[in-house]
Design a protein around this ligand. Structure first.
Ligand SMILES: *[C@@H]1O[C@H](CO)[C@@H](O)[C@H](O)[C@H]1NC(C)=O
Length: 226
């Protein structure tokens, strides 16, 4: 009798184990863009049926140019309020990335320039410093701040969805190449999202959240077009 119930317990435990593994696998399968079912699927950006991603250009019309993107070769003008300028190499600018779960940006920085605190809802990010010196950091969900000062050739990884930034702490211009495990990582820029949304978030929400008065919230809103 005792032997039998311990056998039952063991099979129960084994079944639970299997269930947990299946759930974990299922979750891990859902954590990147959907897998591709053919060699490629060059995005047809215009002809929409609206689906999760983009339909494919007819394979007979695909050429080598569909797999090529020169957009990251050029340095961009950083003479603006943030002292940085981003070039996006995602599925919208580079349709060959459609269904391939990856994309790559370039960010140029003036000395003192920043890529302001933001997050990517659909991707983790690798930050590769091509030249110059960048302070790169993110805050985990428990409030812990992780950061590192990177020089040319070094890499930092930003886990998916966490707020992060890059800051040129060097005396010269800097350039980062960032890569993502999504064809379209999406971006939520903290300041613009909270203070520059359309329509506006009610000021009362922001005064309570930031523990300051209306005047200060309205002043910040005015800097983001509200
Ligand atoms: C980024 O650079 C391009 C080309 O150098 C320029 O046209 C654009 O205005 C710049 N954007 C900002 C925000 O400075």
């Amino acid at each position: 009798m005792a032997g039998n119930s311990s056998y039952q317990k063991k099979t129960m435990a084994a079944k639970q184990h299997l269930l947990i593994i299946s759930i974990a696998l299922l979750i891990s399968f859902c954590q990147c863009d959907p897998d591709t079912l053919q060699d490629f699927c060059i995005a047809e950006l215009k002809n929409q049926p609206f689906i999760n991603g983009f339909p494919c250009k007819s394979p007979k019309d695909v050429t080598s140019d569909d797999f090529f993107f020169a957009g990251l070769a050029q340095e961009k003008d950083t003479d603006n309020i943030l002292g940085s300028n981003l070039t996006a190499g995602n599925v919208l600018s580079f349709p060959g990335l459609n269904t391939l779960s990856m994309s790559m940006n370039r960010v140029d920085f003036a000395p003192g320039g920043i890529n302001p605190p933001h997050s990517h809802p659909r991707a983790a990010e690798l930050v590769f410093v091509m030249r110059g010196c960048l302070l790169v950091g993110f805050v985990a969900t428990d409030g812990k701040f992780f950061s590192k000062t990177l020089k040319a050739g070094e890499v930092f990884v930003i886990p998916k969805g966490l707020i992060h930034f890059q800051y040129n702490v060097g005396k010269k211009t800097a350039t980062a190449i960032t890569s993502f495990n999504s064809q379209l990582p999406g971006v939520v820029i903290a300041a613009n999202t909270l203070f520059g949304s359309t329509p506006e978030i009610p000021t009362g929400v922001l005064t309570k959240a930031f523990r300051v008065d209306d005047k200060l919230i309205n002043e910040i809103k005015s800097k983001f077009g509200n």
